[in-house]
Design a protein around this ligand. Sequence first.
Ligand SMILES: C[S@@+](CC[C@H](N)C(=O)[O-])C[C@H]1O[C@@H](n2cnc3c(N)ncnc32)[C@H](O)[C@@H]1O
Length: 250
Amino acid sequence: MSSTLDKVRAREWFYAYKLPDGSTAPTYHGFDIQPIHDTRWSMVRRCLDDRLGRDRRAFSALDLASHQGWFAINMARAGFGRVLGIDARDTHVEDSRLIASVYDLEGLDFRQGDIHALSVEDTGTFDVVLMMGLLYHLENPIGALRTCRALCKDLCLIETQVVPGLTGHVDYGSYQYVKPLMGSFGIIDETDETHGPEASITGVCLVPSLDALTWILRKVGFSRVDVLEPPEDAYEQLRYHKRVMVAAQV
Ligand SMILES: C[S@@+](CC[C@H](N)C(=O)[O-])C[C@H]1O[C@@H](n2cnc3c(N)ncnc32)[C@H](O)[C@@H]1O
């Protein structure tokens, strides 16, 4: 175990993992962003408690964009019988396996994959699908939400940055044919940041408004969509609705 902990300490982490000896894994951000992770996990856990109960051994979970394993490891520790984390970056998969080995969890695995290339044939389906912090890094967010629906048997939790929405009507080809806007997308340029560990892999990002997100989730086949209330002490982005977490039920 000590050599595993040495390896963990020799790397830098996006998440402030608490290690079994009471120390904290070194993080690479110059400022403390752990509150955003803690807020998001507390929101996920509360929703899981409400909707699935606390005995989760029979349930499987998929963590899309698992980065260095934070949500997947928390899901395994929260009792899910099988958890798979998938991330586009190989280095994250390697880090996730290392940190997971510290906690000696069963039924937890990680693999490399691009959400735009995943299929049911590849991965199977899961009771719970998490997609935290990914949607706004993607150039095909609607395709990604379709993938979430295809891979999900019961509950999908999506957490994302959102942009202010446009509302109103457009003359759609003619003033005699008017359509309402159902939501909107903002374009964000990450083309100079694709080397970054949290960034998009293509650099072209479409960020939905909240209306767009909830409307699309229904259109891709979820029967119920709820915007989850952040706790009072939530990280500011969630407290002030710059980011949201949405529960989509099959
Ligand atoms: C902001 S981080 C979020 C990580 C984690 N889910 C969280 O919320 O803390 C974005 C993650 O998405 C991954 N990613 C980016 N594009 C991806 C894609 N097309 N498919 C899968 N993962 C992707 C990145 O490697 C990175 O780990």
